[in-house]
Every structure is written in structure tokens, then in C-alpha cells.
Design a protein around this ligand. Structure first.
Ligand SMILES: Cc1ncc(COP(=O)(O)O)c(C=O)c1O
Length: 476
């Protein structure tokens, strides 16, 4: 959800009646006629006309190159685009017809397991998913099943599973808890503390805890939970109580950054309690939206009852997913990217992106208008808040930037830090130093405009009141 958009809706006038027809003016070229918007037309159109109508619908959309809101990749090479077309025709689950897709999927899973430093004595496994949300749900379901099996085998109650994570998680963690009936024990954030540590989880652990969730690159501030301390604490807890609680790492954003930018930082399978990791390939894996992965450190971490054996596509296939059919475009694109860039290619890109993030951060701090909320040390995310006593808010800056095509979201932080409104800019591969300069100039111009044309106090108060009611979980 775009918060500044929903706030804008608040002040919007009532909608006028929508015209139910699209009436393209291509009459001089093709014999066109109005078509109904919400009914499938009775008659066909020429392909050129249908294409033009759909393409024209996109003209009013934001420009992906100026979309600083999303972590999701917005540019790929033409060779990748060709593979994407090829993959669109092949259903990934149909492994009997397209066995090589399964081979490529397995290669990708093993490449990622190696990147995440899986120990030699483990046999990693995993699947590619539609994104990190599905990957997280599959990992947590496996932890729930493993926990339940252990409890049942010991003749203990298995009706009240719980999971521990911070309020810094993405909304998909709450989704898991709600959809799969697991009590969530959420650690609230605090002023100046937007991540969780061992002290936070200690009082919440018990014999019904299926896993502890740790984020490597949070959606809100780009920081990393104190994973090393949490791992140490869980090892001590295991030794003292015999209760072996796994960590699931949500590396949606950090999974392809840290191995290249901070390879010595311990966050992955090198840590004993880390049993599962998800990553968004469509973020810094550098492929378009629609792909994540979940990696199990060892086959034993995925209960064998969970993958389904299915035989109606003409052979026997094993499927562990929440949905079923999907194209193979992203799988092929990701494989292309791994072999095209190699580790050194990723290293170069990620380092350049981090450099640009730190440059933008410094310039914003030097402008005197912003406080840097979190240093861009782990993720190329610049998160700033306005220094107090301005006559306008971060939402107004966000709205002003829209006029120049920039999509820079403003939102309030989660629970207990929700009085803090930030602007977040995710730096991606296609954001050059030139664009950074342009964005900086446009931010300063927006501030100049707002200083000369201060919004009414009542509007600011309304915006702040509304923003505190909106959960900022839609940012990705
Ligand atoms: C840390 C984190 N986890 C999970 C998700 C959900 O990922 P996806 O959009 O791929 O389902 C996101 C954002 O998109 C995220 O930032």
C-alpha cells in the first residue's frame, strides 16, 4: 500500500461517474469502435489495436526507473528479456514435460545454498517460489510440522505453537501466523531501536516455540536483527533445556547483498541454529518480480510429509508450494544472471549500489534538513526523517517529488515507533550517480517550495492522525 497515496485519497473529492467505454481514437488507421471496460467484448480487435490499448493504459503509471520505493528489480538486459519470453510458455511444475527446468531449479537452489555457506556435512534442499512471502510460509510450515512431530512423539500437547519475531518483519510473517494458526509473539520496536536482539526473545521462548524469525535487511530501515547474539542465546538455551529452537532468516533483501558486500559478516548457515533462509530473487538477485527461494540447510529440515507427489501431469512430480502452476521466466532469468555476472559481477554491482546509497545519505544529511535513521551499512536503503519543527511533513515531500516523476514513499514506522515518519529510498542498479544528483536537487526544490507555500496546519494534523492508523506493511 502506498501510504501517501491513501492519505491523498482522504482529501480527494467524490469520484465522478466513470465512462464504461474505452474509445480509442485510432479510427484513421484502424477501424476501431468503443469497447466496454468491464465486459469481455463480443467482437475481436486487430492485434495492433488491442496492443495499443493495453500499452496506452500503462502511460499514466509511474516510471519504474524513478521508483525508489521498491526493492524489486526494474531493469534487465535484452538477453534476459528473450529468456523471459521463452520461459513464459513453460509451466514450471510440469517437470515431466520440461525436466530441464527442474534441473535448473536444483542448480539455483544449490548455488544459493553455497552462497549462504551451507556446511559440507549438510545436504541442502529447497524450492523456488513466487516471492519471499511464499518462501517464508513454506519454511515456517516445515518448522511447525517438525515441532509438532517432536511433541507428538514425546506424547506432549501440540495444540499451541508459537513463533517469535520483531515488529520489524514484513507483513507476510503475520500472514503466516494468521493463516496457519500459530500464535505470534511480536517484539515491539522502540524509539531508536528498530531491530531485535537476544534479550528481547529470551522471555518469550518456551517449549511451544516453533522458530525465531530474524530479518537480514528489514523492510522499514534496512537494518539487521542481532542474529549472532540470538544464535548464541538459542545454543545456550538448547544446552540448558534440550529445546532446540531453529532460526529462520528472512533475507529477502539482504540475501544477495551481504555475501558480496560483507562476506565476513555471519548471518547465514554458518550459524548453528539457522536452519532455513528465504531470499527474494526479484530484489538483489536482479530479476524481475515473481521469484523467491527457500533453502533448507539439510533435507532433514523439510518433513517428508509436506511435499506432495502428483501424477496427473503425465508422470510423478514432487511439489512443495502454496500455489501450483507458474511460468518459468524468472527461473531462466535468474539462471542467466548467475552465470552471466558470476560472483565478481554481483560484487561489482552491489558495491557500486552501496556506494551510491552512502553518497545520497551523506548529501541528505549535509543538507541540514534530514536526520539519517539508519546507516546504509547492510542494505542500499536510505531512510531519513525530517529534522523537527518543519512546517511540512515527509508526506508533503513525497507528494511534491511525485510531480517530477519520483516515487519516494513516506510512511510511519511500526508499533511503538509509529510516531516517526520516514522517507525511504532503495538504491538499485539503474540508479546512477547522475540520477542521485537529480533526486537531491528535486528534494531540495520540494523543500524550498514547501517552505514558501506551507501546508495548512489542519491538513498536517489530519495527515499525521491518519498515518498513525495505517499499517506501513505494504512496502516491499
Ligand atoms: C524483509 C522482507 N521479507 C519479506 C518480504 C515479502 O517478499 P515478497 O514481496 O517477495 O513476497 C519483503 C518485501 O517484499 C521484505 O522486505
Amino acid at each position: 500500500m502506498n501510504i501517501s497515496k491513501s492519505l491523498k485519497n482522504l482529501f480527494r473529492k467524490p469520484k465522478r461517474q466513470e465512462n464504461p467505454y474505452i474509445s480509442p481514437i485510432y479510427g484513421g488507421r484502424w477501424d476501431t469502435h468503443p469497447i466496454e471496460k468491464k465486459k469481455i467484448p463480443e467482437d475481436p480487435l486487430l492485434p495492433e489495436v488491442a496492443y495499443r490499448i493495453v500499452a496506452d493504459e500503462m502511460n499514466l503509471e509511474g516510471n519504474p526507473a524513478l521508483n525508489m520505493a521498491t526493492f524489486v528489480t526494474t531493469w534487465m538486459e535484452p538477453e534476459a528479456d528473450e529468456l523471459i519470453k521463452m520461459g513464459a510458455t513453460k509451466n514450471l511444475v510440469d517437470e515431466d514435460e520440461y525436466p530441464q527446468l527442474k534441473v535448473i531449479e536444483e542448480r539455483i537452489i544449490h548455488m544459493e545454498a553455497e552462497l549462504f555457506n551451507v556446511p559440507d556435512d549438510c545436504e541442502p534442499t529447497g524450492v523456488v517460489t513466487i516471492g519471499s512471502s511464499e518462501a517464508i510460509m513454506l519454511a515456517l510450515l516445515a518448522h511447525k510440522w517438525s515441532w509438532r512431530k517432536k511433541r507428538q512423539a514425546a506424547g506432549l500437547d501440540s495444540s499451541r505453537p508459537n513463533i517469535i519475531f520483531g515488529a520489524d518483519v514484513h507483513t507476510c510473517w503475520e500472514k503466516f501466523s494468521r493463516y496457519f494458526d500459530v500464535e505470534m509473539r511480536v517484539i515491539p520496536l522502540q524509539q531508536d531501536k528498530y531491530t531485535i536482539n537476544a534479550e528481547d526473545i529470551a522471555p518469550l521462548l518456551d517449549e511451544n516455540t516453533i522458530a525465531v524469525g530474524v530479518v537480514v535487511g528489514t523492510t522499514f530501515t534496512g537494518q539487521v536483527d542481532d542474529i549472532q547474539e540470538i544464535n548464541r542465546y538459542l545454543i545456550k538455551h538448547k544446552q540448558a533445556t534440550g529445546n532446540n529452537i531453529p532460526i529462520h532468516v528472512d533475507a529477502a533483501s539482504g540475501g544477495f547483498v551481504l555475501p558480496f558486500y560483507r562476506p565476513d559478516f555471519l548471518w547465514d548457515f554458518r550459524l548453528e541454529q539457522v536452519r532455513t533462509i528465504n531470499v527474494s530473487n526479484h530484489k538483489f538477485g536482479l530479476v524481475y518480480a515473481g521469484m523467491g527461494s527457500v533453502i533448507f540447510k539439510d533435507k532433514s529440515d523439510l518433513p517428508p510429509e509436506l511435499p506432495f507427489e502428483i501424477n496427473y501431469l503425465g508422470g510423478s512430480i514432487h511439489n512443495y508450494s502454496l500455489n501450483f502452476s507458474k511460468g518459468s521466466s524468472n527461473l531462466l532469468a535468474q539462471y542467466y544472471m548467475f552465470i552471466r555476472l558470476g560472483k565478481s559481477g554481483y560484487r561489482k554491482i552491489i558495491n557500486a549500489v552501496m556506494d551510491n546509497a552512502q553518497y545520497l545519505e551523506k548529501q541528505l544529511s549535509d543538507s541540514g534538513y534530514f536526520e539519517i535513521l539508519t546507516d546504509a551499512n547492510f542494505l542500499p536503503t536510505v531512510v531519513v526523517k525530517l529534522i523537527n519543527d518543519q512546517t511540512f511533513t515527509a508526506y508533503h515531500i513525497s507528494d511534491q517529488l511525485r510531480k517530477n516523476g519520483w516515487i519516494v514513499p513516506a510512511y510511519s514506522l511500526p508499533l511503538h515507533a509509529d510516531h516517526i515518519v520516514v522517507l525511504r529510498m532503495v538504491i538499485k542498479e539503474n540508479f546512477s550517480r547522475d540520477l542521485a544528483e537529480k533526486l537531491l536537487n528535486d528534494i531540495l526544490a520540494a523543500i524550498d517550495y514547501l517552505q514558501k507555500n506551507p501546508p495548512q496546519r489542519q491538513v498536517i494534523d489530519e495527515m499525521q492522525k491518519e498515518s498513525s492508523k495505517i499499517k506501513p506493511h505494504g512496502v516491499c
